[in-house]
Each structure stands twice: as structure tokens, then as C-alpha cells.
Design a protein around this ligand. Structure first.
Ligand code: ATP
Length: 255
């Protein structure tokens, strides 16, 4: 597998008004890595990935994607991004297949009708997340976890090299978490790179190769996935964890 640099953030700083959220942050991700961005609520995890994709401006520092400065990145189809939440209640009764097909648009161009390869990629992505039997159903009839999987399938359908996922399994049922972990594993086996934000990894733990913990605007840990610190017992712990009984959860939200 090649070890090309997929993402490099150098001395990145992001502030909202005069509030610094990220300060002098350095992060390099190589091709083939599965990096989990961890940290407490509000520590800046989403801010980090949004800045990495050019969705938020840096106050200072620089970002390179696939070896190019952000301003020179043209091939956005190399990246699949799944933001934190499906825009709920859009009122559009789109089916799973329609939503996932939207993930092919950047690749095939807006004016060209979907071809055989497009349809095959959409079907494969839907199967990969375990929604083959729901492809014709409106997404509004799906569970939250299934909707999240639909968005992941949409990102996969574009055939990206890098997947960026913001809390893909937060509040997601156990079956969806397992299906999602399987889809990610298949993506990585084919040479894909993943950066994901998480509060707990659950079934994803076996896929993740590296954990980056954000604290106080900088990287407080970069390496092996840290062991849980028993946060379930803490009163401030308010996340929903749909894991199986007897399953030992892994929590990092150091609040
Ligand atoms: N557009 C914005 N304008 C002002 N403040 C913002 C904006 N986006 C994020 N923030 C603030 O920046 C901080 C970091 O937010 P961010 O969403 O990156 O945290 P997070 O680690 O992803 O949190 P969570 O785990 O709750 O999703 C928070 O205090 C948040 O309120």
C-alpha cells in the first residue's frame, strides 16, 4: 500500500470571534490509515475536520489534501464527507436509492444520465451498508441509524479515496454500528483512508488504526486507542449508547 500523505494540517488555528477553538494544531494522515478524532463535547473535533475540508477558514496555518494546498484542490470527488446529522424534516420523500445516487453526481457530471457503472456503484454502496432490502423505501421511514447508513452509502457511491465522517455512529442502533463497521473495513481493505469523529468507537474499534484526542485546542494524544476511563459512571455522561448487554463500552468524552 502506498504511504502518500492524504491530509496535512500545519500549525492550524481556528477561532470564532475571539474564541480560539484550535491552536497551532499539526496533524498528518497517510493513505490507508483509519484515524479516530476523539475528545470531549465542544473540544473542536467537528471544527478540525471542517477546517481540513476547507469548510471553515483557518485563522493561521495551512492545510494540504492529497499533497495540494486547499485552494488548489480540484478533485473533490476523491473525498466523501458525511456531516454530523441528516438534515431532518426536509420534506422530500426521497428513497434510499435516490439519496445514495446523489453521491454519484460529482463523478458523472450533472447533465449526463446515470449509466450502468453509476447504477452498479449505487447498488454496491447500499449493499455495503446492509440496506439492500430498503433501497426503494423513503428515507423518512428508516431509523436514525439506517438514515446515517444511507448517508455513508451516498459517500461510498462516489468511489472516494478518503472518507471523512462526523460522529457516524452517535445514537445509532447496534445493528447499524456493526453494518457500518463492516462497510468501513471493506472500504479500507480496498485502499481507502478514513478520518472519523467519535465519542465512542464500539464495533469501529477493530477498524481504527490511530486515535487523535483533541483537548484545549491541541492534540493531547496521538497513537493507540486509549482505554475507557469509566465515564459511564459519571453523572455528566449523557450520551445514548445502544450497545449489547455485557458489552464493555469505550468512552473518551473527558468532560
Ligand atoms: N460556527 C460557529 N460559530 C461559533 N462557535 C462555533 C461554531 N462552530 C463551533 N463553534 C464552537 O466551537 C467549539 C467546538 O465545536 P465543535 O463542534 O468543533 O466541537 P466538537 O468537539 O465537535 O463537539 P461535539 O462533540 O459536541 O460535536 C464549541 O464550543 C462550539 O460551540
Amino acid at each position: 500500500m502506498s504511504t502518500d500523505t492524504v491530509l496535512r494540517i500545519s500549525h492550524g488555528a481556528v477561532a470564532f470571534g475571539d474564541r480560539a477553538v484550535l491552536r497551532d494544531l499539526n496533524l498528518t494522515v497517510q493513505s490507508g490509515e483509519v484515524v479516530a478524532i476523539l475528545g470531549a463535547n465542544g473540544s473542536g473535533k467537528s471544527t478540525l475536520i471542517r477546517a481540513a475540508l476547507g469548510l471553515l477558514p483557518l485563522r493561521s496555518g495551512s492545510v494540504e489534501l492529497f499533497g495540494r494546498p486547499l485552494a488548489k484542490v480540484r478533485q473533490w470527488k476523491r473525498i466523501g464527507y458525511v456531516p454530523q446529522r441528516l438534515g431532518a424534516g426536509s420534506g422530500v420523500p426521497a428513497t434510499v436509492r435516490e439519496v445514495v445516487s446523489a453521491g454519484r453526481l460529482a463523478r458523472r457530471g450533472f447533465l449526463r444520465p446515470a449509466g450502468r457503472a453509476d447504477r452498479a456503484a449505487v447498488t454496491e454502496a447500499i449493499e455495503a451498508v446492509g440496506l439492500g432490502d430498503r433501497a426503494g423505501d423513503p428515507v423518512s421511514t428508516l431509523s436514525g441509524g439506517q438514515q446515517q447508513r444511507t448517508l455513508i452509502a451516498r459517500a461510498l457511491a462516489g468511489g472516494p479515496e478518503l472518507l471523512v465522517l462526523d460522529e457516524p455512529t452517535a445514537g445509532v442502533d447496534a445493528a447499524s454500528q456493526e453494518a457500518f463497521a463492516g462497510a468501513l473495513r471493506a472500504f479500507v481493505d480496498r485502499g481507502g483512508t478514513v478520518i472519523l469523529v467519535a465519542h465512542e468507537l464500539g464495533p469501529l474499534q477493530s477498524v481504527v488504526t490511530r486515535a487523535v484526542v483533541i483537548h484545549d485546542g491541541v492534540i493531547a494524544h496521538d497513537g493507540a486507542v486509549p482505554r475507557p476511563a469509566g465515564h459511564h459512571a459519571e453523572p455528566g455522561h449523557d450520551h445514548v449508547h445502544p450497545h449489547a448487554p455485557g458489552d464493555e463500552p469505550d468512552i473518551w468524552g473527558t468532560r
